[in-house]
Design a protein around this ligand. Structure first.
Ligand SMILES: *[C@@H]1O[C@H](CO)[C@@H](O)[C@H](O)[C@H]1NC(C)=O
Length: 340
């Protein structure tokens, strides 16, 4: 007992010291400002980044500087309800980033004929994570396979809802085995094509069985024949209708395509994202809920596939019910979900 008591005292003492130090640090910010070179070195160590030679390092440092300036001035301006952060993508230009990470290929959609959630009443908030229907955040790496991650997350959702079991499913199977014309592995694809593949294949196997490689590979026929999760088909959410999207997301995680092309998206770190973005759909993600923030902003809760370092532990809250019928970043333009 006595030792616990003194441990507590120690903790208190440490906290007081810490508070004093941080006060001191705050009162003399200039002396603690690291140089860009130092920041870059620290960042490299933190993210395990190595460069081929000095020239490459210098090029990357310059991009890093520009990005850090952009992020700091954005946060300093404080004009928007979200913050940016110096994340793992801080040494990439936005063009490089888009080329290596996105990969949604929009194709012409057929007119929706049936929308099974047409007449449902949506609750005011939803978070499928709390209902156990969302697997941990994954990381697509430098492969344009977002479409596979989006379709798999939606399939994991419907599988949990029907089988009462959350099973992490295989993106690599889609990358290697889905040969529909619009689905080209790391070169991009489309969620509806992935749902079509899962349906026609008679199911999809687990992440554990067919692990993610992040590069195009040859289809493993034996693994492809393992049908752990099955879907009956898929439906498209009525186009440009956030209210219809709400009804769908109220009932299951839904694949959505968005325009994720801007620097603000690249460096999003927290808050309700309100753009800047357009409607040139280039990224597939999954809407796993919705709600209203503490300061009264309606948002979509979106699961991304860029690891947990990006955004809010891998998620982004995107503004919901905007003036544009397409939704923010086009989120209501091309949403779909698998059916059980
Ligand atoms: C929704 O309700 C209308 C009117 O009752 C009905 O015609 C329609 O079939 C319903 N839609 C679905 C998907 O059940």
């Amino acid at each position: 007992m006595a030792s616990t008591h003194s441990t507590h005292k120690c903790v208190w003492f440490a906290l007081v010291l810490l508070a004093l130090f941080s006060l001191l640090a705050q009162s003399r910010p200039l002396q603690h400002q690291p140089s860009m070179e130092d920041m870059h070195e620290q960042w490299m160590a933190q993210h395990g980044r190595f460069y081929a030679d000095d020239l490459e390092k210098e090029t990357r440092l310059n991009i890093f500087k520009e990005n850090v300036h952009f992020i700091e001035s954005f946060n300093h301006a404080g004009e928007k309800p979200y913050k940016l952060g110096i994340n793992a993508f801080a040494d990439m230009t936005n063009d490089e980033f888009k080329a290596s990470r996105n990969g949604f290929k929009a194709s012409r959609r057929c007119e929706s004929t049936h929308f099974m959630y047409e007449n449902v009443t949506a609750p005011s908030t939803m978070d499928w994570r709390k209902k156990g229907a969302v697997t941990p955040i994954k990381d697509q790496g430098q492969c344009g396979s977002c479409w596979a991650f989006s379709a798999v997350a939606a399939t994991e959702g419907i599988t949990q809802l029907t089988m009462k079991k959350l099973i992490s499913l295989s993106e690599q199977e889609l990358i290697d085995c889905d040969t529909a014309s619009e689905d080209q592995g790391c070169n991009g694809g489309e969620m509806d094509g992935a749902f079509q593949f899962i349906k026609q294949n008679g199911g999809i196997t687990t992440e554990a069985n067919y692990a993610y490689e992040g590069v195009d590979g040859t289809c493993n026929a034996k693994k492809k024949a393992s049908h752990v999760a099955k879907i009956k088909g898929f439906e498209d959410v009525p186009i440009n209708d956030e209210n219809a999207l709400l009804k769908a997301v109220a009932n299951q995680p839904v694949s959505v395509a968005i325009d994720a092309s801007g620097l603000e998206f690249q460096f999003y770190s927290s808050g309700v994202f309100t753009g800047t973005c357009g409607t040139d759909l280039d990224h597939g993600v999954t809407a796993v809920g919705y709600g209203t923030s503490d300061d009264g902003m309606k948002y979509w809760l979106v699961k991304n596939s860029w690891g947990t370092q990006w955004g809010e532990e891998g998620y982004i809250r995107m503004q919901r019910d905007v003036d544009a019928k397409e939704g923010l970043c086009g989120i209501a333009m091309d949403a779909s979900y698998p059916t059980a």
